[in-house]
Design a protein around this ligand. Structure first.
Ligand code: NAP
Length: 300
């Protein structure tokens, strides 16, 4: 797979593997190492994490693989996030889930992520959610500090609107690398809120989380889900694909904004289907068939 150059020091794979669900996969360290190495052999070299995944456990589970294979770290790109404070037994003083993009919290969170992931640098750090109490100048100070120390090489955001992105980006003489947002046939929000147009204008490659709507697409629970699944099956059959996953990944990958899907499966054969989708092109009409099936009405 051809890598995507976001910046001079940030080249990522066109398919990213996510580790939100890692603590449910019931893998030994050796199993996880095998999964990661097989992913890398297929060209998936970028791995998405967050401090909070698995009630603050997933990063450290992943970090264990570097004990088994220390040289592996340099061959991959690690993405992680900060800014959410979950209610957790690990933080008994915390009364309510909230966001924290203060200097102190970002620095502390990154230091912990570095320990958990057993690395001395993070390739890309994202602010996980827009924080209504954010002081962007303070957040920017934390980013500059981490960048100057080489602890984080690049920065981005997640789930931000265009205005929220611009507001933070304005504070640097460099740019935020990406906005990681939910995009799938089930979630058209960013085609309709101005974000995709903004990404195209600024040449920002968005990362798409939950590309399969967290698995919901396979077991639809409402009319809309049934419509989407039927349409995906119809198109898969028409173009000779055995799986609807491939149609979904192709729907994302064919879009001119250069969407980068973050795959959430813990099964290597399912990740392989995402990788195989990179060369599948949907026609404009096929793309719209899925879009229209999701909306439930014709375009005006
Ligand atoms: N920035 C954010 O706010 C944010 C939010 C959520 C997620 N993320 C990132 O995005 C990544 C992907 O999210 P996601 O896990 O929701 O992605 P997803 O790929 O939409 O969903 C993955 C789920 O779908 C299931 N699945 C996959 N193929 C299937 C099939 N053929 N039949 C039935 N079930 C199937 C998987 O189960 P199996 O494991 O059994 O295959 C897994 O439970 C996360 O790991 C995380 O890194 C970011």
């Amino acid at each position: 797979m051809k890598t995507i150059k976001l910046f001079d020091n940030l080249e990522i794979s066109p398919i990213v593997q996510g580790f939100w669900r890692l603590n449910n996969w019931d893998m030994s360290n050796q199993d996880l190492l095998r999964f990661v190495e097989e992913a890398m052999d297929m060209g998936v070299t970028t791995f998405d994490h967050a401090d909070v995944y698995g009630d603050y456990t997933c990063e450290a589970l992943f970090g264990q693989i570097f004990k088994l294979k220390p040289g592996l770290r340099e061959k991959m790109q690690l993405v992680t996030k900060c800014g959410i404070k979950m209610v957790s037994d690990k933080f008994p003083e915390r009364k309510i889930k909230h966001y924290d993009t203060s200097y102190e919290h970002i620095i502390a969170s990154v230091e912990q992520s570095l320990k958990n992931l057993q690395t001395d640098h993070i390739d890309l750090l994202l602010i996980h959610r827009p924080d209504p109490f954010m002081d962007p100048a303070e957040t920017a100070r934390a980013f500059e500090d981490l960048k100057s120390k080489g602890k984080v090489l690049n920065f981005g955001v997640s789930n931000f609107t265009r205005m929220q992105f611009e507001m933070l980006d304005w504070h640097f003489d460099w740019h935020l690398a990406t906005n990681q947002v939910e995009i799938s046939p089930y979630n058209l929000e960013h085609f309709q809120n101005g974000n995709i147009e903004f990404f195209l204008r600024e040449e920002i490659r968005p990362m798409a989380w939950s590309p399969l709507s967290g698995g919901k697409i396979f077991k639809p629970e409402d009319e809309r889900g049934i419509r989407i699944k039927n349409k995906l099956e119809e198109i898969a059959e028409r173009i000779g694909l055995e799986d609807i996953e491939k149609v979904i990944y192709a729907w994302l990958l064919t879009h001119p904004a250069g969407i980068i899907p973050i795959v959430g499966t813990g099964k290597i054969e399912r990740l392989k289907k995402a990788v195989q989708s990179v060369d599948i092109e949907l026609t404009r009409e096929q793309w719209f068939e899925i879009y229209v099936a999701s909306m439930g009405h014709k375009v005006p």
